[in-house]
Design a protein around this ligand. Structure first.
Ligand code: FCB
Length: 493
């Protein structure tokens, strides 16, 4: 039995920052208000189109039409790259993932202890970021390094991140910092982690500390990454730590994470009023395999609500719809300065089961490659969550780098085409990374990593990315050089 945790009073941190909380409970709303989108099928077409279409109702300006030798004009969309602490840092921090890996939970037997050894290679990696030409970098903090024991903060780790953030600033690269990205300190994990409401309090205390420490270096924060993926993989399917199969616990976890987001949002603003705060939502498209089947239609709608609809509403507006539960300490409001969207793929739904659309191009992990889904996702998000959108992750595992250039071009075209206020695109991933239970096998990086030697090498797709940053779009030359020879999907399948 692990010792009882001295749970931190959830409200202490807030009171210290002058944040009283109303005791009103959010009103539950019917689950049948979630929209689905059934438009934009077909493939991305790179043939010229008129720049704007008038009088055609839904059709918007297609700014990917050729203009001045450009295949795609990115307009005000800015490109960056993303990482997460546990996936690149390496080292032996005591996290839920290090524990999980040590009990054989990772398919290729690897652990996050090696990863990209980024902790020891910050300078080299910042040089690479400079070479890539990116000015926006999404990175994570390893909570377990910062608070190795409950309530004990490591100044050494904090100073390490300060040093990294200072170097990024000196290089002209703006960080977007994630506070929680699937990674719990071991002491929190063994006490039930996010199934316990008390996790919110310890998270807030850590958050307050981080913002006080880094506020001169960081102005943009992501509170929590993909609470839906964390909860379903770890608590419904039992594939991720802690390996549970309890829908009830999964709903508890999501509810607590959403409450934590709301309270962290307020807290961060109380400490740093000028900051921008959001969450990174994993958003996918749910389409019925048979659009004439009532079962498939209902399945798609309900799964969408359970997986992403309810949690996004809860985090953005403090509106907790069943099966999520609010608490007396969170009020309805608006809790985002931008909406973070992690987009990868679509779910092809038959009844209540999810699959992959047959005969579609897929990536090395078998996920459908579906760029139009990004257009649909962004329009859905823009409608429900007005304001700036950051694509906080989008990318693909492609060991041969044979289809990544086309993947990037297509997804950026799809983003521009959405006609939404999408301001940033952070490609996942900067380098090859330790991919949770998939380990070191999938290769997501714009930079190729040799895990044995830790050698780094910019891939051709990375070169295309740099070229796009320089030209604020895709030139005709770049299109011919990188996109034309690029395949539509993985050759591994
Ligand atoms: C997302 C995660 C990220 C990475 C990508 C491939 O769900 O946020 O850490 O694993 O998938």
């Amino acid at each position: 039995m692990s010792p009882a945790l001295e749970w931190h009073d959830v409200r202490d941190v807030e009171r210290a920052h002058g944040l009283p909380h109303a005791r009103r409970q959010a009103k539950p709303v019917s689950i049948f208000t979630v929209d689905n989108f059934y438009e934009e099928y077909g493939v991305i077409s790179w043939t010229p189109r008129p720049t704007a279409t008038q009088g055609e109702g839904r059709t918007r300006a297609t700014s990917w039409a050729y203009a001045g030798g450009m295949k795609l004009d990115l307009g005000s969309l800015r490109l960056g790259v993303a990482t997460a602490a546990t996936q690149i840092e390496g080292g032996n921090a005591d996290t839920n993932w290090h524990r999980w890996a040590s009990t054989g939970g990772v398919k290729d037997g690897s652990s996050p202890a090696r990863a990209a050894d980024h902790w020891n290679r910050v300078d080299e990696d910042i040089e690479l970021l400079k070479q890539l030409g990116v000015r926006y970098y999404r990175m994570g903090l390893e909570w377990a390094r910062i608070e190795p024991e409950e309530g004990v903060f490591s100044q050494e780790s904090i100073d390490h991140y300060k040093d990294e953030l200072t170097k990024l600033r000196d290089a002209g690269i703006a960080p977007l910092v994630t506070l929680h990205h699937f990674n719990n300190p071991g002491w929190l994990e063994e006490r039930g982690a996010w199934t316990r409401p008390e996790a919110i309090g310890v998270f807030l205390r850590y958050t307050a500390k981080m913002v006080h420490e880094f506020k001169d270096l960081v102005s943009e924060w992501i509170t929590i990454n993909e609470p839906n993926v964390y909860a379903t993989k770890g608590y419904v399917f039992g594939e991720w730590p802690p390996g549970e199969k309890s829908i009830l616990d999964a709903m508890r976890v999501m509810s607590h994470l959403a409450q934590a987001h709301i309270r962290a949002y307020e807290l961060i603003h109380a400490i740093q009023p000028s900051s921008k705060v959001g969450a990174a939502n994993h958003v996918r498209v749910f389409d019925p395999a048979n659009p004439y089947s009532v079962a498939d239609l209902a399945g798609a709608k309900i799964l969408e609500h359970l997986f992403q609809g309810a949690i996004m509403q809860a985090m953005a507006y403090g509106r907790f719809r069943p099966p999520l539960k609010g608490s007396a300490t969170v009020r309805p409001g608006r809790y985002y300065d931008f909406t973070g969207v992690n987009y990868y793929t679509r779910s092809w739904v038959t009844g209540f089961s999810e699959g992959t659309r047959p005969h579609s191009p897929v990536n090395d992990l078998g996920w459908e490659i579906y760029p139009q889904g990004l257009t649909r996702t962004l329009r859905m998000v823009a409608k429900k969550f007005p304001g700036p959108i950051y694509i906080t992750e989008n990318g693909t595992p492609d060991v041969a780098d044979s289809f990544r250039p086309r993947f990037i071009a297509d997804h950026l075209a799809a983003a521009v085409r959405s006609g939404t206020q999408v301001e940033r695109y952070y490609h996942w991933c900067f380098t090859d990374n330790w991919e949770w239970v998939e380990g070191e096998t999938p290769r997501f990086g714009l930079v190729k990593l040799d895990y044995e030697t830790q050698g780094r090498e910019i891939r051709e797709s990375g070169r295309m990315y740099t070229d796009m940053i320089e030209h604020k779009g895709l030139t005709e030359e770049a299109f011919e050089r990188w996109v034309v020879p690029s395949a539509a999907g993985s050759s591994l399948r």
